[in-house]
Design a protein around this ligand. Structure first.
Ligand code: MCA
Ligand code: AMP
Length: 498
């Protein structure tokens, strides 16, 4: 194969007049039109100086052109680096600088600040959104065919940044093979075909919306109802014309909160899939009672794509993330990597064609998380039962998952500790009915000092994306510590968890 990613996901759709994207306003983008647009964008990328192997950083609101840009990067052999639209310019500067991106593609509405970020990082800058932008204009004038650049399955296809427990984000390098193998496995396991219509309301800057949802639909040749974001009204409008949905648990709790959502509305659906955060067994049960459908929960990570899934045909067990995927080896291990007997809790480790190629420019971090025998240490705590079903029981890593977005307390704590009057801080996740959990910050003032909370919030607001910002602040005289001097977050959670 000349370019495995392009040749398996995109090339087969050349010239097909079948619907690929249904937009909420009723517009339909066919497979053929999508492939043509990707080719135009590949030409435009070249015009902006992008070459094979370059990183293309993209912070663009979800729209068909952003997805076509992913295809364009695949065809050109460039590395697609999508970024959360909530990131501030300060956060973006790190990603663009660290990745050494050749080009930053950003929202026209933020052109000035983003152009400054790009210039400071020695990257080019172009704009794109649903209404146009400089990259779109360049693309409009181009041919709808582009000569696919030869690549191998070991070449890198994407970088996705994932925050770390040290507070510094790491660029997870994903190869063509990582993406193709996982998409092929999931398409078969979940029985997706060209007759499927997927409700797609997830963002496309993360694994879930981009690789799980989109790659599977590309591989199956089906269509997606491509919504800019989660909007329960739109889900309800389109569900009778759809066959499947993928979402984070908040999608399911919000649907259940709507009295219009009932068995009849879901009657034509064949599959509801949940992941990215724990789905409460209560939600699973309530969903089945309301619709007759058992949600299929699966588990994965940015570094590994998907690792486990409940079965399509067999028993989907509430509270579990199912069985290891057919081509993924999974072990629950102790701290040394030795597999524990079934039924014992330990750290989940995985090995297979899904596991990433390491963290960009951080060989020491890669080595920390990778065993000599090729198993990747996920940092999730799990237990596997006698039949192989895996339950995620907690996290060995200090991580908060809010509405499916990861928030690393360390990143917040480093920032909070640097604020005037703050001696130290601790950030914990507290339960939240809609988002699962949200961050709460505990601050300790310097002796004799008073903390100006408004000033702290302003500084946090300027530095970090809104979804990472603490929902609540508490001031304490001291943090609870154990005899080793380690902060006892368990005690803080017990105190503030309500
Ligand atoms: C939005 N806000 C949030 C979140 N989303 N706050 C905390 N956590 C969030 N997840 C804030 C906004 O900053 C804003 O704040 C207010 O909530 C309303 O924003 P809006 O955009 O209207 O929110 P929403 O539409 O209600 O979004 C909630 C959401 C969304 C639907 C849960 O966050 C979402 O689609 N999450 C999915 C994330 C995802 O795809 N995760 C996969 C990554 P204010 O009003 O104060 O300004 S994990 C992954 O890929 C792994 C591999 C896996 O296993 O899948
Ligand atoms: P990310 O770094 O955004 O890829 O997030 C990956 C993390 O999300 C995993 O390491 C888990 O902690 C969590 N996660 C993903 N899916 C599930 C699930 N179904 N149940 C519990 N946690 C999950």
């Amino acid at each position: 194969m000349q370019n495995p990613l392009y040749d398996t996901m995109f090339a087969p759709h050349t010239g097909k007049a079948t619907p690929f994207l249904h937009l909420p306003d009723g517009e339909v983008i066919t497979h053929e039109a999508f492939i043509g647009r990707a080719a135009q964008l590949a030409h435009a990328l070249v015009a902006f100086g992008v070459q094979t192997g370059d990183r293309v950083a993209v912070q663009v609101e979800k729209c068909p052109d952003m997805l076509a840009l992913y295809a364009a990067c695949a065809q050109l052999g460039a590395i697609f680096l999508p970024l959360n639209t909530a990131y501030t310019a300060a956060e973006l500067a790190y990603f663009v600088g660290d990745s050494g991106a050749r080009l930053l593609v950003g929202d026209p509405a933020r052109a000035q600040e983003l152009a400054e970020v790009a210039a400071a990082c020695d990257a080019g800058f172009a704009t794109l959104d649903a209404n146009g932008g400089t990259l779109a204009e360049r693309a409009d004038a181009q041919a709808v065919t582009f000569e696919t650049v030869a690549r191998s399955e070991d070449d890198l296809a994407a970088f996705l940044y994932t925050s770390g427990t040290t507070g510094r984000s790491k660029g997870a390098m994903l190869s063509q093979k990582n993406l193709i193998s996982n998409a092929a496995t999931l398409t078969e396991l979940w029985q997706f075909t060209d007759a499927d219509v997927l409700l797609h309301a997830l963002p496309i800057f993360h694994t879930h919306g981009l690789f799980v949802a989109t790659n599977v639909m590309l591989m199956a040749g089906g269509a997606m109802v491509f919504m800019p974001k989660l909007d329960v009204d739109q889900l309800i409008t389109w569900m009778p014309r759809a066959t499947a949905m993928m979402g984070v648990p908040t999608f399911y709790t919000r649907l259940l909160d709507d009295v219009r959502f009932d068995r009849e509305m879901a009657a034509g659906m064949r599959l509801f899939i949940s992941g990215s955060a724990p789905l409460l067994a209560d939600t699973h049960i309530a969903f089945e009672a309301r619709t007759g459908h058992r949600i299929l929960e699966r588990y994965g990570m940015t570094e590994t794509n998907m690792n486990t899934s409940n079965p399509y045909g067999g028993d989907r067990r509430a509270g579990t993330v199912g069985l290891p995927l057919p081509d993924v080896e999974l072990r629950v291990a102790d701290a040394s990597g030795t597999e524990l007997p079934r039924g014992e809790t330990g750290v989940v480790e995985v090995r297979g064609p899904n596991v990433f190629q390491g963290y960009w420019n951080m060989p020491e971090k890669t080595a920390e998380d990778m065993r000599a025998d090729g198993f990747f240490i996920t940092g999730d705590l799990g237990v596997q039962d006698a039949e192989g079903y895996v339950t995620i029981v907690g996290r060995g890593k200090d991580l908060i998952i809010s509405g499916g977005y990861n928030i690393y307390p360390k990143e917040l704590e480093l920032l909070l500790d640097a604020q005037d009057g703050v001696l130290e801080s601790a950030v914990i996740g507290v339960p939240h009915a809609d988002l699962g959990e949200v961050p709460l910050a505990v601050l300790v003032p310097q002796p004799g000092a008073e903390i100006n909370l408004e000033a702290v919030k302003t500084a946090v607001g300027a530095a970090l994306a809104r979804f990472k910002q603490p929902r609540e602040y508490r001031v304490l005289e001291a943090l609870p510590r154990n005899t080793m001097g380690k902060v006892q977050k368990v005690a803080l959670r017990a105190e503030f968890g309500e």
